[in-house]
Each structure stands twice: as C-alpha cells, then as structure tokens.
Design a protein around this ligand. Structure first.
Ligand code: HPA
Length: 276
C-alpha cells in the first residue's frame, strides 16, 4: 500500500528535475507509440528507476522513462512506456504515476494504446476514440484504505472519457483527414491474447476493441478528477475475427506503420485542448 507521502515524494523528485517546466497534460504512450516522446522539445528525461515508487517497464517497446517538455505548444509530461498488470504489478502500482501527476497539479490525461479490433466494421490501422470501457473480473486500483487527498472513496465513472475532449479529437481527426472510429475498450488482463470465444462474448457485451492496458489509468484519473482522452490504435483484428493467429510482432509493426498519423492526431489534440 502506498501512503500519500509516497506520491508527494515522487512528485517532488520529478518537479526538482524538470527545470522551469510546469506540466499541464500527461500523455501515456502505448505499445509501438513511444515515438511521440521524441517530438518533445526542451526535454528533461527521467528514467523510471530514479523515481520513488515507480515500477519498471518490462513490456517490449516501452522505453521506461518520463519525458517532460513542450509538445504542440503545451507543457507535457510523457510516459514513454507504461506499467501493466500482466507484468506482475498491482493495479495500485500501475496507477501510481497518475496519482503523482495529480499531486503535481496536472488535470488532463491522454491515454494511448494498441488494441485488437472486435468490431468487424473496423480495419487494421484505424484509430478508435475511447467512449467508454468495460473491465470485468479484474481487480481495482482502489481496493483498501482510501487516500482522501487523491479522491473520494466512491466516485463516478459516467464521464470518464471526457465528452469535451472527445469532441476535440473528432474535430481534429476530421481536419487531418484521419478516419476516427469511436467505441468501447474492453479490458483483458493479458499477456495471452484472447480466445475467439472471449472476443465473441466481448462483442455481445458491447466491446469494440480489446486491450491489456488503459482502464486502470482511466479509473485513477476519474478518482482524482482528471479529464481523459483515450485513443486506441487497431494493430490487428481481435482473435477469431480473421482465420489467422495473432502475434506481438504484428502489433508493433502496425504501430510503426501508423505512427505518423497517430502522432499528428495526438499533437493536434494537445494544441487544441483549451485551458478549462
Ligand atoms: N488483444 C489485446 N490486446 C491487444 C491486442 C489484442 O488483440 N492487440 C494489441 N493489444
């Protein structure tokens, strides 16, 4: 169990290693999408290993460093690589950086991920704006004593994926000529990909994309009152949609192919997020 002091300690360490930067937006980069961090200007880079309470990134293609600087005219704190439950971390460890960002005064969060398309109307390479998520049968990061400085014991999840930021994403995708799907992210713990039967069940329940991340971070953001924008890249059709096997290398390959439009959309959303 972390104490409030652990969040303070991490926040103080980060603040004392980023010069004059005052980050206002946190961006978490998913599998194969870490390249956005290379576009940060005037960057201060802190390896996760140096920050009190931070876990280590063990997933492939997750660099494991915090990059703070300017992106699209705003001051951002970018996580180049995130923590996943399947890496052996507790959900509380997965969301530790979100709570640290809250303590630092950050009020907006962009969550990105690679996901498998459950919706048969989607294509590989499509970007899906997350409207909502489903997490069944997986633990919550907020089991145990609540820390009131972070948020209330019971909290609402109705507007977790900010309607305002979704509108910003739609507007900017259309300006950039990017086809944007909008749907429900269905969380699976991984690291195994799903079975075709699990994907059929997820589709029946209203899932449009399957993935192994994001929901814990979105829950933590709701808890501490951050606005969330969630963008999923469809790196593959989910299990059983096509008569073929899935592989982790397809995920990274599609993410690499799509990194330009994906980064453009992320940057346009950052530039146009407003100051609310
Ligand atoms: N399932 C779960 N997570 C994923 C997938 C998938 O098909 N593709 C990329 N991340």
């Amino acid at each position: 169990m972390y104490l409030y002091n652990d969040y303070l300690k991490a926040a103080e360490y980060i603040s004392s290693h980023i010069g004059d930067h005052k980050p206002e937006i946190m961006v978490i980069l998913g599998s194969g999408l870490g390249g956005v961090a290379d576009l940060v200007e005037d960057a201060a880079v802190i390896p996760y290993g140096d920050i009190h309470g931070f876990a280590r990134s063990t997933a492939p293609d997750h660099a494991g460093r915090l990059v703070v600087g300017r992106l699209a005219g705003r001051c951002v704190m970018v996580m180049q690589g995130r923590f996943h439950y399947y890496e052996g971390y507790e959900p509380e460890q997965v969301v530790f950086p979100i709570n640290v960002a809250h303590v630092m005064g950050i009020k907006r969060l962009i969550l990105t991920n690679a996901a498998g398309a459950i919706n048969i109307g989607y294509s590989v390479g499509d970007i899906m704006l997350i409207r909502d998520h489903i997490k069944l049968c997986a633990p919550t990061p907020f089991r145990g004593e609540n820390i009131p400085e972070l948020g209330p014991r019971f909290f609402d999840m109705t507007y977790t994926y900010s309607p305002r930021l979704r509108e910003t994403a739609r507007k900017n995708a259309s300006k950039l000529g990017i086809r944007l799907q909008e749907g429900v992210y269905f969380y699976f713990t991984g690291p195994q990909f799903e079975t075709p039967a699990e994907i059929r069940a997820a589709r029946l329940l209203g899932g449009d994309a399957a993935g192994m991340s994001t929901v814990y971070e979105a829950i933590a953001a709701s808890h501490c009152g951050m606005e969330v924008l969630g963008l999923s890249l469809m790196t593959n059709m989910a299990a059983g949609v096509l008569p073929e096997k899935l592989s982790g290398s397809d995920v990274v390959e599609t993410a690499n192919r799509m990194k330009k439009p994906f980064s453009e959309l992320v940057m346009a959303c950052i530039a146009d997020m407003g100051d609310e």
